[in-house]
Design a protein. Structure first.
Length: 254
């Protein structure tokens, strides 16, 4: 009896040294062998259980991280699919920093041919064009065409303005055509209305009104709804108000 008692005490002390703070747990498995006979086999079984507990505690500390759980192929595929969708989600941002789907309309763009630039070939734009230099070719734009330089070619635009410009070619616009002082245009002009203060050598065909200012020189016919010729203007050609609402033939009917 003394042998097992001493052995248990020594073994219990060893367990407490290996696993701090587990003394209370080890005491719970101890039995009082002082009263009654000793069952050697049961005592050995209890010792085996204690040895197993100690080996588990030593091999795997209490604060050891849990073993990672292996993901299935389906879970991994779903994870990366979600990540891909988040990364590839399209986002756009305007100049003010606001998130949106599209940028500003292209018709607001304004292309400038600077004074020191010379372009050979046709020029097209969905916005407006300002020609300060020289273009040898046709010019087409959906916005306003402003010419302060030189254009050798036909032009088509939503609005036309020439200021001290040199243009050799036909001018077609769906809006107003303004020919400023000092401008020279050799070619026909087609527009919805027109103000002529420069020199035009060609026919002027306008569905609306035409104003021929004092400094204007026109060598060609003017076809319009109405025409205003200011004092000092020079016109060599015929003026016809063919778009007028007045039936001229009915006025002279007998």
């Amino acid at each position: 009896m003394g042998f097992f008692k001493d052995f248990k005490e020594d073994f219990n002390d060893a367990v407490n040294e290996l696993v701090p703070g587990e003394g209370a747990a080890s005491e719970e498995v101890m039995v009082n062998t002082l009263d009654g006979d000793i069952d050697v086999e049961s005592e050995l079984n209890k010792l085996d259980g204690l040895l197993e507990q100690v080996s588990k505690k030593v091999d795997q500390p209490a604060d050891a991280p849990a073993a990672p759980v292996e993901e299935t192929k389906e879970e991994k595929k779903s994870f990366f699919s979600d990540k891909k969708e988040k990364v590839e989600a399209p986002k756009t941002m305007d100049v003010m920093g606001n998130v949106g789907e599209t940028r500003s309309a292209a018709s607001d763009e304004n292309a400038i041919i600077t004074g020191g630039m010379k372009v050979t070939g046709n020029v097209e734009s969905v916005g407006s064009i300002e020609v300060q230099g020289e273009i040898n070719g046709d010019v087409t734009c959906n916005g306003k065409l402003t010419v302060t330089g030189k254009v050798n070619g036909n032009s088509s635009s939503a609005e036309f303005f020439a200021d001290a410009a040199k243009i050799e070619g036909e001018v077609v616009t769906t809006g107003t055509a303004k020919v400023g002082v000092g401008s020279v245009i050799i070619g026909n002009i087609t527009a919805s209305s027109a103000v002529i203060a420069g020199a035009v050598k060609g026919d002027i065909d306008v569905n609306g009104p035409v104003v021929v200012d004092t400094s204007a020189v026109v060598m060609g016919n003017i076809k319009s709804r109405s025409v205003q010729i200011n004092n000092g203007a020079v016109i060599e050609g015929f003026c016809s108000q063919s778009y007028s609402d007045v039936d001229v033939n009915s006025v002279f009917a007998v």
